[in-house]
Write a protein that binds this ligand. Structure first.
Ligand code: FAD
Length: 258
């Protein structure tokens, strides 16, 4: 089984993110960068498939040269090789440009399953996996909280508001996984050492035949404004003077929780 996992390096979500007021773009310089925690579940899902059925996991990312650190983290978890699409012409890429670049970078290679996180923790559009499936003319199975790959098909439990739907597609297919699908493994020291010697291929726009057709040259989205989220309001403390339970119940009724 050949598995491709799409990953992204993002500013550490545990630190407050900053937007550049001029460009409205996320500040990626001078901040701690990590492998998107959502993508760790995608890597774990890929590793579990090949551990069961044999095969290899390739990880791909698009980003500046330092994004190789996110790839090394996935390699330390156990992935076999990495591909980094990197080119200054790709800075400021929107979601569709990213999907186009990733699709071009894997064109002609055979993967049975392509696994992505549901959405990036920094951008949160959730658009790249579906666009990638479209560019590669593959079916998309999204929001998988369980994934089984066998007998030429992928079967998922697709998370919904009320429970889940069981959905399947023939291979090859693109699958997005939720954080609930697994517990992502922590890289062991041995994995970290081995990762240093694993292959990471770096390709630019001319290598993937997209000179002038991706990144800055082909933007279809523009962030025109950004407003900080409202600060969370302090809660109300109900002092129990004999009517505490009733006041809490009235509050929950007001919220239509009960
Ligand atoms: C595997 C993958 C999955 C993604 N999934 C999503 C998603 O689900 N939702 C979402 O909103 N966005 C996703 N993105 C990012 C998306 O393509 C847009 O980049 C993002 O939404 C744009 O907003 P930004 O403010 O982060 O832009 P920017 O900060 O301008 O970043 C734009 C993109 O360009 C890349 N980049 C910067 N410099 C270089 C360089 N030298 N070479 C190559 N690339 C470079 C960045 O890593 C980033 O992906 C994904 C990216 C990747 C690589």
């Amino acid at each position: 089984m050949n598995v491709l996992v799409c990953i992204k390096q993002i500013p550490d979500p545990n630190a407050p993110g900053k937007l550049d007021p001029q460009t409205k773009r996320l500040v990626r310089e001078g901040v701690d960068l990590v492998l998107d925690p959502g993508d760790e579940h995608a890597v774990e899902a890929g590793l579990q498939i090949v551990e069961k059925d044999a095969g290899e996991v390739t990880v791909i990312s698009m980003g500046p040269p330092k994004a190789v650190d996110a790839i090394r983290r996935a390699l330390a978890m156990g992935a076999h090789r990495g591909i980094l699409v990197t080119d200054t012409a790709l800075e400021n890429s929107d979601a569709i440009s990213t999907a186009r670049a990733i699709a071009a970078a894997v064109k002609g290679q055979t993967y049975d399953v392509i696994i992505c996180g549901t959405e990036s923790t920094d951008g949160s559009s959730g658009a790249v996996p579906a666009q990638l499936a479209e560019f590669l003319a593959l079916p998309l199975l999204s929001f998988a909280k369980k994934l089984e790959v066998a007998q030429g098909k992928a079967v998922i439990d697709r998370q919904t508001d009320d429970g889940y739907d069981v959905v399947e597609a023939p291979l090859p297919a693109v699958v997005t996984v939720t954080g609930g699908i697994n517990e992502a493994r922590y890289p062991a020291l041995r994995g970290i050492m081995q990762a240093k010697n694993k292959e990471v291929k770096q390709v630019g726009l001319s290598d993937i035949g997209l000179d002038g057709q991706a990144g800055k040259a082909a933007l279809t989205q523009e962030v025109v404004d950004a407003t900080p989220a409202e600060a969370r309001k302090a809660g109300e403390i109900v002092e129990d003077k004999g009517d505490g339970a009733k006041r809490v119940a009235d509050f929950l009724k007001e919220l239509k929780v009960i």
